[in-house]
Design a protein around this ligand. Structure first.
Ligand code: 7PJ
Length: 271
């Protein structure tokens, strides 16, 4: 039996990103070769990541999906070599999750929050894995086409509450689930910052909150480039510390060492 997710990953916990894709917006395919992905994952653990998130399908704005076969072709050779490294599988597909869990993954990071594949909930429930439920408006191919909300934070919170209920009803214990507001997934720059400022309202749902702000385009855009498709490390660190301040627990990042250092300092400040 696994301990509750907040015991397994006490805050602040850093999750390293290993995209086994040719086209991710943030790291441009540096880990597309399995041996490079494996080396990156080990390096991230040495730098203080408590888990690495391995994904074979890009979800950057504008991207189309890939088949389960292609996703498996990308991630399985990596997972097979990651003995001893704590792994999260970034997938919305039951078949990919099942194989990854068999190969030792302990967390399923599903950006569709169990809306993508009707069989994924059962795979997670029967395996005892941890689960991240993320908010996304629309789908990656179209999600940045003029997203509108009455109140972005309230809508994200009620969505996550509903998906948490769905997951629990499907047999996944609440104590194994974390929630993610999905920065950049169907949100404008202004909406992302609004959500970050009011992250406490997501934390108030009572589950650990995972945030992915690392290198996101909103950071580049707030710095003045209206066409930015990525953001710099300095801005990523500021955003992570702001999220920590508001109660975020798990930080999905590309630059592990720097985030561990920044968050260690933030956590040393008495409050
Ligand atoms: C996120 C994610 C995020 C979670 C990506 C990238 C972009 N999963 N997958 N949260 N972003 N849970 O590789 O940075 O924000 S894809």
């Amino acid at each position: 039996m696994r301990p509750p997710i907040e015991e397994r990953f006490p805050r602040p916990a850093v999750m390293g990103v290993v995209n086994v894709t040719p086209d991710s917006f943030s790291d441009g395919g540096v880990n597309f070769r399995p041996e490079d992905a494996v080396a990156s994952a080990h390096g991230m653990v040495e730098e203080g990541a408590v888990i690495v998130d391995v994904g074979g399908e890009s979800t950057r704005p504008g991207s189309a999906g890939v088949s389960a076969e292609e996703e498996l072709r990308r991630v399985v050779p990596v997972l097979e070599e990651l003995d001893g490294v704590p792994v999260s599988i970034d997938t919305a597909k039951a078949e990919v999750a099942r194989r990854a869990l068999d190969l030792g993954a302990e967390l399923v990071n599903d950006v569709t929050a169990l809306r993508g594949d009707p069989e994924l909930a059962e795979v997670v429930a029967s395996s005892g894995a941890y689960l991240c439920l993320m908010h996304m408006r629309g789908e990656p191919r179209t999600m940045q086409n003029d997203p509108t909300y009455e109140d972005v934070t309230a809508e994200v919170a009620s969505f996550l509450e509903e998906r948490l209920r769905f997951a629990v009803d499907a047999g996944i214990p609440e104590e194994r689930i974390c929630l993610d507001p999905g920065f950049g997934f169907g949100k404008t720059v202004e909406q992302n910052f609004e959500l970050l400022g009011r992250l406490g309202e997501i934390v108030a749902l009572g589950r650990p909150v995972l945030v992915g702000l690392s290198r996101k385009r909103s950071l580049g855009r707030i710095l003045g480039d209206p066409e930015a498709t990525t953001g710099p490390l300095s801005a990523s660190l500021a955003a992570a510390v702001e999220a920590y301040e508001r109660g975020a627990a798990i930080f999905r990042v590309h630059d592990v060492r720097e985030h561990v250092e920044a968050l260690t300092v933030a956590a040393a400040v008495p409050r």
